[in-house]
Ligand binder design. Sequence first.
Ligand code: ADP
Ligand code: MN
Ligand code: MN
Ligand code: MN
Length: 375
Amino acid sequence: MHLPSFPPPNPPNTSDIMSSLIPTKRVDLLAPYMALDQGSSVQAEYIWIDGDNGLRSKTMTLDESPASVADLREWNFDGSSTNQAPGDNSDVFLRPVAIFKDPFRGGANILVLCECYDNDGTANKSNHRAHCKKVMDAAKAEEPWFGLEQEYTLFDADGQVFGWPKNGFPGPQGPYYCGVGAGKVFARDFIEAHYRACLYAGVKISGINAEVMPSQWEFQVGPCEGIVLGDHLWMARFLLLRIGEEWGIKPSFHPKPLKGDWNGAGCHSNYSTKAMRTPGKGMAAIEAAIQKLEARHLDHMAVYGEDNDQRLTGLHETASMHTFSAGVANRGASIRIPRHVGAAGHGYIEDRRPASNIDPYRVTSIIVETTILNV
Ligand code: ADP
Ligand code: MN
Ligand code: MN
Ligand code: MN
């Protein structure tokens, strides 16, 4: 058999690859096939976090719908192709942990979030969920709730911010936050598709808004208790990236995607315990939690996202990453107590330090370790 030489004699140049990112899904061609009867078989999309904080997935056919994750088979993949294992010991194992409905294939088809394990049974280096699950189980009695605000920036197939003029910049920030009207809002159709796909899938998305920088958006997930927040946030990210394939849009989770006078992107992490939510004693619990968070500021910053130093400058509604601060209604503080929480005397706090590219399992687990488990 004639094997193609490698690399191919005429490798496509980068711009060819980029333009092939433009609509990969021909809805008109695909529709009749998606309407075909698939019998009782179910397509299960196994999804996992790779070695570079990205997502991967592959599909398995099931004979019937699983009643729970316990009915789903463990699977494996080549970890040397995902920066998760060396080539000479490359098998990484996928253990299903959560099931969502599949908005792409519809019907009884499912999305399956998985944890990654190495051959020796230990959690893969990319698997921060395993530790998070132990932490959340240990803190169960305090009922930790999280609501995360995922900010992200849209890029087009050419690597430019989506919708920005090709040879210049849009007008300065001001009209874009929660903007309405042509020229003030970008890719609303893509955002709507993602929102509805989350609702269909069963992701607990609590809202969306356009952000301060044009073509930057936010969705919120929560409140979710314990491990559920990380599961739902990762699934919401999967849907965003996957739908982007169809629009030719590349969402970026980088905390400072553009240098200069443009806002960075964060993942504000709202948090409460049963005590913090209790009328009469909530504020005392909130103040105690803030003191503990202050004492471990640097430990938290270490897991609050790569390149977060480019974002936490003290400008653009951020606090400096070198100092810890807290205050009611203060969007320049590390921790903000929302005005209505201050007024009611109970509720939740907002940790404004985490960057948009965090692993939510790491952030939610360290918050619980610091404030509940006293690590
Ligand atoms: P902001 O005013 O900072 O933009 P958002 O409305 O975007 O706030 O997000 C607030 C988040 O707080 C939501 O994700 C919501 O689910 C979450 N939240 C609300 N109440 C609680 C609570 N008691 N504990 C934890 N999170 C909460
Ligand atoms: Mn918000
Ligand atoms: Mn925001
Ligand atoms: Mn916020």
